[in-house]
Design a protein around this ligand. Structure first.
Ligand SMILES: [Zn+2]
Length: 160
């Protein structure tokens, strides 16, 4: 169990209670091109998702408060491993952005305004529709008819 009296994790360089964007890149993955919407940003760079790297990430997430967002960039297996660690730390899917460097840009079809938005994000992450601004959750479902991956409105269950 984590408690308020727990000392900050050593070696992460993170303030206890850090709120902002934590960027973790693996291999040649590059989070520098990612914007953090003006929020405080803390970068981690790892060669790969080794147990050491993942435990460092776990420490960083463990000492940050609710409201932190996580950006992950790199090879898919590495960022998937990191995302699993983040989920263990209590981060929700919508608080993480996974950018796979192998991923080709994908066109996401918006069911609301019928426009397509190109994204590098992997299936399961969110992208804002460039047509109507709806937050779309991307899927692996490719529609030949649309020539795009189908998106669906994120948090639709919360909105109803
Ligand atoms: Zn739309």
């Amino acid at each position: 169990m984590r408690s308020a009296s727990m000392p900050p994790a050593a070696g992460t360089g993170l303030e206890p209670g850090f709120r902002g964007v934590i960027c973790a890149s693996f291999g040649t993955g590059d989070t520098a091109k990612l914007h953090s919407d003006g929020q405080p940003k803390h970068d981690f760079r790892f060669d790969a998702a080794t147990p050491e790297a993942l435990s460092q990430l776990r420490s960083a997430l463990g000492c940050s408060k609710v409201g932190v967002r996580l950006l992950l960039a790199g090879p898919t297996p590495d960022i998937r491993a990191a995302a699993a660690v983040a989920a263990e730390c209590g981060l929700q899917q919508e608080e993480m952005t996974l950018l796979s460097e192998e991923a080709a840009p994908r066109a996401i079809y918006c069911p609301h305004c019928h426009s397509t938005t190109t994204t590098l994000r992997v299936a399961g992450s969110e992208v804002r529709c460039k047509g109507c601004g709806t937050n779309l959750t991307t899927t692996d479902h490719f529609s030949r008819r649309m020539g795009a991956y189908l998106g669906y409105q994120a948090h639709v269950e919360e909105a109803s």
